[in-house]
Design a protein around this ligand. Structure first.
Ligand code: NAD
Length: 499
């Protein structure tokens, strides 16, 4: 017998409890998985067109219910209205349409041509079949984008999906599950398993493939369990993304990107700009501009469009991490140019903060801060900037600013990051055709987006189809003289090619 417990969901901007969800047991997750497994063949049999109709209806549902969705996201994350609108609702709506359209192309049978003489005249085909039941485990920073961004391609491929959202932000997932049901998704094809870490571990124990987004530490545990079960795992983990500003950059553009993309979503984006390296001749100008822009940011409780620029932190312990990084840097000689304090109100707050005089012995330059801070470091030249940018266990994304596009691209190509932008930042994430993932283990294994972003939810099946031809088929006469003669002829043909 199990005892049902509940998790209280808080609005991190106000500290108010806004709902409760079940803390699901392993037994309950097992039941969801049993039903998901039973529903999957019917969903697969609906084909790309049948599934696309429902996914497209859901795209429409998201825009029709935009206010409700954004309000729910803001309430459980504390983020600004625009952060939810741009980076969650718009992304989600685009993703439902994108995967509905692209699944048939990315998962089409591939005709394979082979140089092997033994398969001459035979039809070789590579096909993609859904794995069955996919588990998606999500973090709290983007409850729609990070969880559904992975559920959608998994569904489009014909899988059932069990989503385990973060226990901090489960309400958006439950709302979207209602939307999917309204749009005609067959029962049990999609389920939300609310709960904490043990619920995630239970999901991992039931599914045929796991897609995990979260911290590097949890990702390691997930990878170990997936290895024990011998199921495929795709891991999108932490980041410490660098930005390099070369002396010939447009400094206003670079400063705008640095200020916006370090503070966007209160700095709680895996691909946030977390550290800056600036060539000495433009350092003072860049620092002055960034400081002015960050100082002007309006932080507060989100109250609809245009009310604030940056909201609260979402995860309570994050305030301690940010404080530790800033205090440690200050103690070691860094200067705080703006911000540098916890907020005084109820909820979880830290001021938008700019730090200078930092070095690579400081946690703020090495560990993921995941908060509204931007440490800026002066470098002698591009070589030093590249060395510093690559001096990290992480390698998710990076940005380079230079008016000389050739030079900018040359620097970009030397950075060990999964994605690098030149004179831009983060916006590559909206191009769903372009793969995104970590280049170093600390940032994950695998990719989302692009053809690989849906093929990973499939098993490959190779088909070889032979026409029956008794005169030409050497395997028709095993252990007979004809076989030896035919093999001899084949070898002679092959050897002719070698000489
Ligand atoms: P987290 O690792 O604490 O939790 C992520 C999820 O894992 C949660 O749903 C949690 O309940 C679950 N979980 C915890 N223990 C588990 C276990 N043993 N087995 C299975 N599931 C378990 O991460 P978080 O604090 O929610 O998210 C923040 C982190 O996510 C940051 O490091 C950030 O960089 C990263 N992130 C990465 C990306 C990316 O695309 N690379 C995107 C967003 C966030």
């Amino acid at each position: 017998m199990t005892t049902q417990t509940h998790i209280a969901v808080e609005n991190p901007a106000t500290g108010e409890v806004i709902g409760h969800v079940d803390d699901m047991t392993a037994q309950e997750v097992g039941e969801l998985a049993r039903r998901a497994r039973a529903a999957q063949p019917g969903w697969e049999a609906m084909g790309f067109d049948g599934r696309a109709r429902i996914l497209k209806r859901m795209q429409r549902w998201l825009t029709d219910n935009a206010d409700k969705v954004i309000t729910t996201i803001c309430a459980e994350t504390g983020k600004a209205y625009e952060d939810a609108q741009i980076a969650e609702l718009s992304y989600g709506a685009a993703a439902f349409g994108f995967w509905a359209d692209k699944a048939p192309k990315y998962l089409a049978d591939e005709r394979i041509r082979s140089s092997a003489i033994f398969v001459k005249g035979k039809r070789l085909v590579l096909r993609y079949r859904p794995v069955g039941v996919v588990g998606v485990i999500g973090p709290w920073n983007y409850p729609l984008t990070n969880s559904f961004g992975d559920c959608i391609p998994a569904l489009a491929a014909g899988n059932s999906v069990i989503l385990k959202p973060s226990e901090i932000t489960p309400l958006t997932s439950l709302l979207l599950a209602e939307g999917l049901a309204e749009c005609g998704l067959p029962d049990d094809v999609f389920a939300v398993a609310t709960g904490c870490g043990p619920t995630g571990a239970a999901v991992l124990d039931e599914v045929d493939m796991i897609m995990f987004t979260g911290s590097t530490a949890t990702g390691r545990k997930v990878a170990m369990r997936a290895a024990e079960r011998l199921i495929p795992a795709s891991l999108e983990l932490g980041g410490k993304d660098p930005m390099i500003v070369l002396a010939d950059a447009n400094i206003e553009r670079a400063a705008n990107h640095a200020a916006y993309y370090s503070m966007f979503n209160c700095g709680q984006t895996c691909i946030s700009i977390e550290r800056c390296y600036v060539e000495a001749p433009v350092y003072d100008d860049f620092v002055a501009r960034v400081t002015e822009k960050v100082r002007a940011i309006r932080q507060g409780v989100p109250a609809g469009p245009g009310s604030i620029d940056v909201g609260s932190l979402t995860f309570p312990p994050q305030v301690d991490t940010v404080e530790r990084h800033v205090d440690e840097a200050r103690d070691r000689g860094a200067t705080v140019l703006t911000g540098g304090h916890r907020g005084p109100d109820k909820g979880y707050w830290y001021e938008p903060t700019v730090l200078v005089g930092v070095d690579h012995d400081m946690a703020c330059m090495r560990e993921e801060t995941f908060g509204p801070t931007l440490p800026i470091m002066k470098v002698a030249d591009a070589e030093e900037a590249i060395r510093m940018a690559n001096d990290s266990e992480y390698g998710l994304s990076a940005a380079v600013f230079s008016r000389d596009l050739k030079r900018g691209e040359a620097v970009a190509r030397r950075l060990n990051a999964g994605a690098v932008t030149v004179n831009d930042a983060l916006i590559n994430y909206t191009a769903l055709e372009l793969p995104m993932g970590g280049a170093k283990p600390g940032s994950g294994v695998g990719h989302r987006h692009g053809p690989g972003g849906i093929r990973k939810y499939c098993r490959q099946q190779s088909l070889l189809i032979s026409r029956f031809n008794p005169r030409r088929d050497i395997h028709m006469h095993p252990y007979k003289a004809t076989r030896t003669r035919l093999l001899g002829r084949l070898l002679a043909i092959l050897n002719r090619g070698v000489s």
